[in-house]
Design a protein around this ligand. Structure first.
Ligand SMILES: [Zn+2]
Length: 227
């Protein structure tokens, strides 16, 4: 009811954000940090990490090209491109990134992308599975990987459900521990519609791009915990 009063549509679940051709190349790297444990009470996290990292063959995978796609229908809310993408813990510049606004109010964020690989612009409606860029190593990154984040406002949410994170999974099918979620799209998700980019989007993109992102990829300097 609250969502309806606010004009927000139903929640959608996420597909693993890559193409069918590249899906088999991906592996889980590091989970979201819940105060010292990951969602399943394991130790596959690092302090302050408020997203999930996935790798796909490191430098050779990046050279071959690893597609990043929209995890659900939405509207592109922020794009930043043009930064170095060969960072190996030696960059202080921002990451190349795409942020997508979804109908339920959540943002999905795709970080560390390859320079000039981004194929979408702010305001573009995107459908689940549509290519938006390629894996890279931009920003404060040690090697090529995807940082996938979900936000409500400026608060990071872990899309996984487990014994140390009780909310329902936001993946269509999250798969086993340390596996890779299914790339099946949420068939019940509302179609994308243009018209995103209101004042809230401007405020949020500025925060994530110029405040949150550099510290986010300085790994561990930001404290952001999910209750
Ligand atoms: Zn990360």
């Amino acid at each position: 009811m609250i969502a309806l009063l606010l004009g927000l549509a139903q929640a959608q679940d996420y597909a693993f954000p890559t193409s069918a051709a590249d899906y088999g190349s991906w592996y889980l790297s590091t989970h979201f940090d819940h105060g010292g444990v990951d969602y399943a009470c394991g130790s596959d996290r690092y302090s302050g990490h408020d997203g999930t990292d996935f790798g796909a063959g490191s430098w050779s995978g990046m050279a071959a090209g690893r597609d990043i796609t929209a995890a659900a229908n939405g509207v592109v809310q922020y794009v930043h491109d043009g930064e170095r993408d060969d960072c190996a813990n030696d960059c202080t510049s921002a990451a190349n990134v795409v942020q997508i606004q979804h109908a339920d109010g959540h943002l999905s964020v795709y970080g560390h992308l390859k320079r000039f690989s981004i194929t979408v612009d702010v305001g573009d409606p995107v459908t689940c599975g549509q290519k938006i860029g390629e894996m890279g190593s931009s920003g404060n990154s040690s090697a090529p990987h995807l940082h996938f984040g979900v936000y409500t406002g400026t608060t990071g949410l872990d899309p996984y459900h487990g014994s140390c994170h009780s909310p329902a999974s936001m993946w269509v099918s999250q798969g086993g521990y340390q596996g890779v979620p299914s790339r099946t799209c949420d068939a019940s998700a509302p179609p994308p519609s243009s018209g995103g980019g209101g004042c809230g989007a401007v405020m949020l993109s500025g925060h994530l791009a110029f405040v949150a992102f550099p510290p986010l990829f300085l790994f561990g300097r930001r404290k952001r915990r999910q209750a």
